[in-house]
Design a protein around this ligand. Structure first.
Ligand code: ZN
Length: 180
């Protein structure tokens, strides 16, 4: 089980590393690590469990945040009609919109506690990756398009695997970007 104490905090050097590709086929060990990461996000969004284990709510986690500098990440947003849930390995960005957006409340990060700030993100982003199929428990190559809030969460985590933190990008020059 991953707890807050397992999440490395800025300025830990691993947060600044460019993560390396995950070896394919994905090993069982890597798969179970990804499942632990997803479990963390799910528990963190369950009020009772979050309180019980005193874990901080999060909607995304990149593996270098638990000190494993590999190109893999999990996304989970419960507060939707159908939960937004992705376990992603070796993502490659295929295309991104010129239109930009930002989170009106500002972004935060489990690895940078007590900081928030507005960051410009692409409104839409198209990605190719190995994605875990929950039904078969196998990874499949997929092309995914994320929009709006989902796109913001993905870009935040994708930055992590390239050693970039949201605090590097905080800006007040939001231009005509869409507030989300
Ligand atoms: Zn983060």
């Amino acid at each position: 089980m991953i707890l807050d104490k397992d999440i490395i905090k800025n300025p830990h050097p691993t947060l600044r590393m460019v993560s390396s590709d995950v070896e394919v086929p994905v090993s069982d060990e890597t798969k179970s690590k990804l499942k632990e990461m997803m479990e963390y996000l799910k528990m963190s969004q369950d009020e009772e469990l979050a309180k019980k284990y005193s874990i901080t709510p999060g909607v995304g986690l990149a593996s270098n945040q638990i000190n494993i500098p590999k190109r893999m990440l999990v996304l989970y947003i419960k507060d939707e009609e159908k939960p937004f849930e992705y376990t992603i390995v070796n993502p490659v960005v295929l295309a991104k919109s010129t239109g930009m957006c930002y989170l009106g409340n500002g972004e935060g990060c489990l690895s940078v506690p007590d900081k928030q700030g507005r960051v410009l993100r692409h409104k839409r982003i198209k990605v190719k990756a190995l994605v875990l199929n929950k039904e078969t428990d196998e990874f499949e190559e997929k092309v995914l398009t994320f929009q709006g809030y989902h796109a913001i969460v993905f870009q935040h985590e994708f930055d992590h695997i390239n050693g970039t933190l949201f605090i590097d990008k905080i800006t007040n020059n939001l231009g005509d970007a869409l507030e989300i």
